[in-house]
Design a protein around this ligand. Sequence first.
Ligand code: 3BY
Ligand code: FES
Ligand code: FE
Length: 421
Amino acid sequence: MSHMSTLKLTAETESLINNRAVGYSLEAPFYASQEIFDLDVEAIFAKHWLFSTTEAEIAEPGDFVTVDIGPHSVIILRDDDEEVRAFRNVCRHRGSRLLDSPCGSVGNLVCPYHQWTYRTDGSLIHAESQPPSFERDRFGLKPVHVRTVGGLVFICLGEEPPEDFDEVAGNIEPYLTPYDLRHAKVAHQVDLVEEGNWKLVMENNRECHHCDSAHPELITAYFPLFGYTADDVTPRLRPVFERYQAAAEDLGAACAASQFPRDTWYEPDTRITGFRVSHLPLDGEGSSFGPDGKPVCAKLMGSITQARFGDLSMHMQPNSWFHLLSDHAIVFRVLPVSPDKSIVRTTWLVHSDAVEGVDYDVDSLTSVWRTTNDQDRVLVAGTQCGVANPGYEPGPYSLVEDDVEAFANWYIGRLHKYVTS
Ligand code: 3BY
Ligand code: FES
Ligand code: FE
């Protein structure tokens, strides 16, 4: 990845990046400084592959979503040939923003300023009052790199995207295929504004050390053992761990019966596109994220045939995580807004034939994770306040916070690479 940094970093920021204490949470400026926020946008969000939207949200030709990241705005749409494309949301005439809505559907893309008109493939088809010498084909919309994997849409704003994405796509696609997200239906979507730096949102997602106390609703379905090994399990969690082991055996058998891949890739810190996939059992009835692991939709996803099929989760750097269940999927995307503000978008997907009010109702489908997200929102806001307190100093990660550490190591590693190359 080559780049031209437009930021001139202060010596203090360079020193923070170079001297980060491994095993400890990040220094306060990583969560609070405008300079580091701008660096995050430039070095992380504008250079890496980002999960952006689902194909289900742009199911028909002309359907689009816009994604705003710092000063960048991207249009992601399905063109008339059903290809997914992404463009800079900037008119090639005098630069007006082209599409202002977060989502919608267009025939062509018409600039609101002087009506330059682009086809869904980005080509310019109409520009009024230009001289005869005007070369229309020089002024198509600027493309942004875009890739779809198993119904998930990734974009990269960098000129030369990380080359490891083919391998990552090859690794994760077999896990996603049985759920057929490409043909799923969006049942619900929520944008939650969080009063916290985007990294606090991600770090909070990367551990379940807080689950047992913070998420009473979630843990009736979800084993709060994320990051634990048999050695780390506290006496309090021992019975949970024993239930988990029994459920894991059942899930292994169910996966084998459906020839579903069961291995786990776990490289969230070392790859450029760090990620982790795991397939874990659920507690209670073991089917879904309803109370006590109960199903929340009567139609199963894709080609899944068994309700008790656990939770196929995927955690990706820098900004996403996913939970795929037998009866629905939940997709999470974090975008940075300012040093102390982020937006978490949660999208619930169901089988395209699932009928609201018959197979599912939105309230029960979304209840546990709406509640969980809100509990996490409070924890993140509290941490943002704490790290901005002059009394804050980085503290040590526990044995069950490996993935928080992996996220922090990945992040610092990517910044270091960016500032030194
Ligand atoms: O959404 C998640 O996957 C994380 C991991 C465990 C805690 N939290 C629920
Ligand atoms: Fe878009 Fe003029 S700026 S048509
Ligand atoms: Fe949480």
